[in-house]
Design a protein around this ligand. Structure first.
Ligand SMILES: Nc1nc2c(ncn2[C@@H]2O[C@H](COP(=O)(O)OP(=O)(O)OP(=O)(O)O)[C@@H](O)[C@H]2O)c(=O)[nH]1
Ligand SMILES: [Mg+2]
Ligand SMILES: [Zn+2]
Length: 336
C-alpha cells in the first residue's frame, strides 16, 4: 500500500507538486462517491467516509465532486469518525459540468479531474444525434477528450454502418462500436482509456454500467433492464461512483441523464460546432444571428438541421447567461 494505492487512483508527480501541505494525521485521497451529507474518499489509508460540512465550508455539499483530489485531516480514529474532515480540495485540472436540475444559475460538477469522457449510447435504439452533440459539448468544455461509444452492437444488424453514419455527422470525433455482451470492440475502448481517468456519460439504459463492468472485469456496478417499447432505462445507477481499473486507469460510472443541461459551455459549443463558428466569421454583421440576415455566411454553408441544433444549444447558453446577469443584478441591489 502507500504511494502505490494513490498512483492506482491516478495520482501523479505533477499533482503532488501542486498539492498543499498535508497536516499531521492527514493524507491525500480521491473522492469515490458523494452522498447527502457524506462523501467517500480513497487513498493509501484505504477508504473512509467523511462528513461533508455545511454550505460554505471546505468540503461542503456541492463543493466536492467524484474524482476530486482532497487533503483529509483527522485520520487514524474510528471509521466514520467525525474528526475526519476535508481540509482542502485540490484545484481541478478538468471538470465535467452541467446545469443543476431545477436551478438555472447553478452548475453541478458531475466528475472532476477526468482525462476522457466516454459518450455512451446503445444501439438497441437509433442514436439521438442531438443528445450526442450536447454531451460532446460538455465533454469538450470539461477539457477532456471525448470519445463516442456505441454499445450493444450485438443487437444491431449493421452496427459498423451505424457508427459510420454517426461519425459522418460529427467533426473529428472518435466513434467506437462495441458490445459489452460479446466483447467485440472492447479492445479499442480499453485502448482509449488505458491508464487514464474516464467517465461514462449517456442516457439511462445506454449500457454504461455494463460497459464499466466489462472494462473492470468484474460485476462492480449493478445493471438494469430497459423498458420494453421505447428502450429507455430505469435509472439503475443512482449516484456516480469511482472505481479503479485493475489493468490501470480509473472509471467513473454516472447515473443516466436524459438531457445534460448546459452551463457556461461556450468553448465546448465552439469546438463541437467549429464549422458554424468558422463560417460566422464571414457574416456581414458581427451580431448576425444566422437566421434572415443579409450577407450571412452560415445559412447557406451549414446543413439546416445542424444549424438548428447549434442554434438551440446557443440559445440555451444565452438563457443561462441572461439568468446569471439578472441574478447578479438582483444581488448587487440587495447589497447596496
Ligand atoms: N444486448 C446487449 N445488452 C446490453 C449491452 N450492454 C448493456 N446491455 C443491457 O442494457 C440494459 C441497461 O444496461 P445498464 O448498464 O444498466 O445501463 P446504464 O446506462 O448503466 O443505465 P443507468 O444506470 O440507468 O443510467 C441492461 O439490460 C443490460 O443488460 C450489450 O452490449 N448488449
Ligand atoms: Mg448504470
Ligand atoms: Zn450569419
Amino acid at each position: 500500500m502507500g504511494d502505490e494505492a494513490l498512483t492506482r487512483l491516478g495520482w501523479t508527480p505533477a499533482r503532488a507538486a501542486a498539492a498543499p501541505p498535508v497536516p499531521d494525521r492527514g493524507a491525500v485521497g480521491r473522492v469515490e462517491r458523494v452522498d447527502r451529507g457524506w462523501c467517500r474518499v480513497a487513498g493509501a489509508f484505504g477508504s473512509v467516509h467523511v462528513r461533508t460540512l455545511r454550505e460554505g465550508a471546505v468540503g461542503a455539499v456541492g463543493e466536492v465532486a467524484v474524482g476530486d483530489w482532497v487533503v483529509l485531516s483527522g485520520l487514524g480514529g474510528d471509521e466514520g469518525s467525525p474528526t475526519v474532515a476535508v481540509a482542502a480540495v485540490l484545484e481541478r485540472t478538468t471538470a465535467l459540468v452541467r446545469r443543476a436540475t431545477g436551478r438555472v444559475t447553478a452548475p453541478q460538477v458531475l466528475a472532476a479531474n477526468i482525462d476522457v469522457v466516454l459518450v455512451v449510447h446503445g444501439l438497441h435504439v437509433e442514436p439521438h444525434l442531438g443528445l450526442v452533440e450536447r454531451e460532446l459539448v460538455v465533454a469538450h468544455d470539461a477539457g477532456a477528450e471525448p470519445v463516442v461509444v456505441l454499445t450493444k452492437a450485438d443487437v444491431n444488424a449493421d452496427a459498423p454502418a451505424a457508427g459510420r453514419a454517426l461519425a459522418a455527422e460529427l467533426l473529428d470525433v472518435n466513434v467506437l462500436v462495441a458490445s459489452a455482451t460479446t466483447g467485440e470492440g472492447l479492445d479499442t475502448v480499453r485502448a482509449a482509456v488505458r491508464d487514464r481517468t474516464f467517465v461514462l456519460l449517456g442516457p439511462s439504459g445506454a449500457g454504461k454500467s455494463t460497459l464499466a463492468n466489462a472494462l473492470l472485469g468484474s460485476a462492480s456496478q449493478r445493471i438494469g433492464a430497459v423498458r420494453e417499447g421505447d428502450g429507455q432505462g430505469r435509472h439503475t445507477t443512482s449516484a456516480s461512483q469511482l472505481i479503479v481499473v485493475p489493468g490501470g486507469g480509473v472509471c467513473i460510472d454516472t447515473p443516466g441523464i436524459r438531457e445534460v443541461g448546459l452551463f457556461g459551455a461556450d468553448d465546448g459549443l465552439a469546438a463541437v460546432f467549429a464549422d458554424v463558428e468558422a463560417l460566422a466569421e464571414a457574416c456581414r454583421f458581427d451580431d448576425c444571428a444566422h437566421t434572415v440576415e443579409p450577407g450571412c455566411a452560415v445559412q447557406g454553408g451549414v446543413e439546416p438541421g445542424r444549424l438548428a441544433r447549434w442554434r438551440a444549444l446557443r440559445a440555451e447558453l444565452d438563457e443561462v447567461d441572461d439568468a446569471l446577469t439578472a441574478a447578479e443584478r438582483r444581488s448587487r441591489r440587495r447589497h447596496r
